[in-house]
Design a protein around this ligand. Structure first.
Ligand code: SF4
Ligand code: MSK
Length: 656
């Protein structure tokens, strides 16, 4: 449901902004108190139609040039660039930027890992030796009879190539199913190091270089794969080795996790190291005593966005909400400090935090925000930063002036389904395997698997598309894997519990009840989309579902995406062989050659392809049709019918 622009006189009703009751309550409180959020700004600022279609270019100073998306071939830029070149270059730069964000995060994890292995950092340690050995073995590092330090040393040296390698293939290319890898080699898109790929992407999209949309798309795929099978996958694997591999854990979600009588600290961003240190700080006896001396019952730590998604799957730390709730949570007046690191941190937080006298604390030198307090985080002395944040929060608690109103909403969910746990859950300790999953797909109890991931975006009603889409998928026996802000939307809707199995179709319900799992599996943060790639590879390796990822009855979707990282994730799924549907808007003009290339031709080249729809039921239809197409190609199409919506379902949509 698209949010309409408000006129001078009318204010957009809060119920049009979000289906999250807690967020709605806080937007209403904010309006009473004269506090504006991104929801209001989005309603007041119409998206630029030329930019939305990617029909403008500012890659040189003969421009900027604007083409007419209604008549895309009627004009070219001053240099002669066509609409296809302009759209492809813009798309490519979004991928370069999104991929850079993930790979810089991943490189930071390798830096930390190296320092831990070499004994230069003592505050972190290798927590999961089994995972260390498994990752090392997956790329051919000998583990038999060797010490943890020897294996870890070889591993960090090898994984550094993910970023710096000038020629050849990145280490995790070894994990790609052979037929998928063969197709990448055929098309010349097996990634080298991310630095090389991103550099080449920026070069090729400079004015007067690559002006062939299909050739630009190849580098889009290569750069995106350097993220999915490179930077992001390394970030996930190293984080598991250092902080522990997730396994299912019951967690509380939504703003009701804040406690009026506690010092409340929110961590928001993406990198786990600061959050891990914060967990240690809030358990520091002296700091707990200081909080009590200030009149608090204790210190209450909660996460938001992907920081929260990553840490909840490892430690069960409560989660206060997804991307579009980060300003709203400050309006509670109960947040005594919000500490942020990198990515998805709205500059608008500064103003809202100021209104409630909440310290907004930046911690990463890459992300300082005018008006925020900066307390630099350093892996070599992490607690210096996180202890100081706790002290600032205690001080704010002592001097609380803001009117406090904490929504009562708290939902409980089970999250933390890492690839390793899915293996164990389905196959058991001694014969951990994907065979039961494949068998259930082959026998039709599970129709297919969908990844529903990504952000929330104020251009659509918060959480609504995520929740409706996932409900429709599970009703049709599609098992859903989730990361990032999307899984928080579903957790708030109560769908990440085993009890939610009653909402699934009969086949999926039976599997969920037998195993005791939810029909919607939350697996972590944005970089943890790499876990979905590994799960897909494992399904291919297990057998019976084709020879490449492109053969699998799977589909992906980011129905409320907003970030360039999402475009990069979408492209690495497409290049890996997955049909990937995006919602909200798609920055390519329909009816152009570049559109046809992304939405049709890539599939004929052995990849996945892009899809687009705004309505969740239409998205579900596209994904289910694709899953059925793949089932048919595998000869698994017998006896499966899509559940048609009845009148009651229709009325519910109309009323929404
Ligand atoms: Fe215009 Fe070409 Fe310059 Fe882009 S590169 S701004 S299309 S002249
Ligand atoms: S935090 S990229 S809003 S998922 Fe990863 Fe959420 Fe999207 Fe940021």
């Amino acid at each position: 449901m698209e949010i309409k622009k408000k006129t001078e006189k009318e204010e957009v009703p809060v119920k049009d902004f979000t289906t999250c009751d807690a967020t709605a309550q806080m937007i209403t409180k904010g309006r009473r108190e004269g506090v504006e959020t991104a929801f209001d700004r989005a309603a007041n600022m119409k998206a630029c139609p030329i930019g939305a279609d990617s029909a403008c270019c500012k890659h040189c100073f003969m421009g900027p040039c604007r083409l007419n998306s209604k008549d895309p071939y009627g004009k070219v830029g001053v240099c002669g660039a066509t609409i296809d070149t302009i759209m492809a270059r813009n798309f490519a730069r979004a991928i370069a930027s999104g991929g850079a964000a993930h790979t810089d995060h991943g490189m930071g994890m390798v830096d930390l890992f190296r320092e831990v292995v070499n004994g230069k950092i003592k505050d972190y340690e290798i927590k999961d030796v089994q995972k260390l050995e498994a990752v090392a073995q997956s790329i051919g590092i000998e583990t038999e009879g060797r010490s943890v330090k020897e294996i870890a040393t070889d591993l960090y040296k090898e994984l550094e190539r993910t970023y710096t390698q000038v020629e050849g293939e990145i280490p995790f290319a070894k994990r790609v199913p052979p037929k998928t890898l063969e197709n990448w080699r055929k098309h010349g898109i097996v990634p080298r190091g991310a630095m090389r790929e991103i550099m080449e992407m920026m070069h090729r999209t400079h004015m007067g270089v690559d002006q062939d949309y299909a050739n630009i798309t190849k580098q889009c795929s290569r750069t995106a794969l350097a993220d999915g099978w490179g930077g992001s996958m390394v970030a996930t694997e190293i984080s598991d080795i250092l902080f522990g591999t997730p396994s299912p854990i019951s967690i509380e979600v939504n703003m009701g996790v804040l406690k009026e009588d506690h010092v409340n600290i929110i961590i928001h961003g993406h990198e786990p190291n600061m959050f891990e240190s914060m967990i240690a700080s809030v358990h520091e006896r002296t700091l707990i005593e200081a909080a009590k001396a200030a009149g608090a019952k204790g210190i209450n730590l909660a996460g938001m966005c992907c920081s929260g998604a990553e840490v909840l799957v490892r430690h069960g730390i409560p989660h206060a909400g997804n991307f579009m709730s980060t300003e709203a949570v400050l309006i509670t007046g109960a947040v005594d400090a919000m500490a942020v690191d990198v990515q998805c941190i709205k500059q608008g937080l500064v103003k809202v935090a100021e209104c409630y006298n909440t310290p907004l604390i930046t911690t990463n030198p890459r992300c300082r925000i005018e008006g925020a307090t900066h307390v630099e985080f350093n892996d070599h002395d992490p607690k210096a930063c996180t202890d100081e944040i706790v002290i600032k929060a205690i001080t704010r608690f002592k001097n609380r002036k803001a009117k406090i109103e904490i929504p009562k909403n708290v939902n409980v969910g089970v999250h933390g389904f890492s690839h390793e746990y899915i293996n164990y859950m389905l196959g058991g300790t001694f014969r951990g395997s994907y065979t039961p999953l494949n068998d259930n797909i082959i026998n039709g109890r599970i129709r297919g698997v969908a990844g529903v991931v990504g952000c929330t975006n104020p251009r659509v009603k918060q959480d609504w598309v995520h929740v409706e889409l996932v409900k429709e998928l599970i009703k049709n026996d599609v098992l859903v894997l989730q990361t990032g802000c999307s899984q928080i939307a579903l957790a708030k809707a109560g769908l990440t519990t085993p009890e939610a199995a009653h909402l699934a179709g009969p086949g999926l319900k039976e599997v969920c009840e037998t195993v005791g799992m939810p029909p919607v599996l939350g697996i972590g943060s944005c970089v943890d989309n790499s876990r979905i790639l590994i799960a897909a590879s494992e399904m291919v390796r297990t057998g019976g579902l084709g020879d490449s990822i492109a053969d699998l009855p799977v589909a992906g979707c980011a129905p409320e995406y907003m970030s360039e990282k999402a475009i990069c994730i979408g492209q690495y799924f497409v290049a890996s062989g997955v049909y990937t549907v995006f919602g909200v808007t798609f920055p390519i003009v329909e009816g152009t050659k570049f559109h046809k290339h992304l939405f049709e031709e890539l599939e004929t080249m052995g990849f996945g392809k892009w899809g687009f729809a705004v309505d969740p039921h239409e998205i579900a239809r596209l994904m289910i049709n694709h899953i059925d197409k793949k089932r048919k190609a595998l000869g698994l199409d017998k006896g499966r019918e899509r559940v048609l919506m009845d009148m009651q379902d229709r009325r519910a949509i109309d009323a929404a």
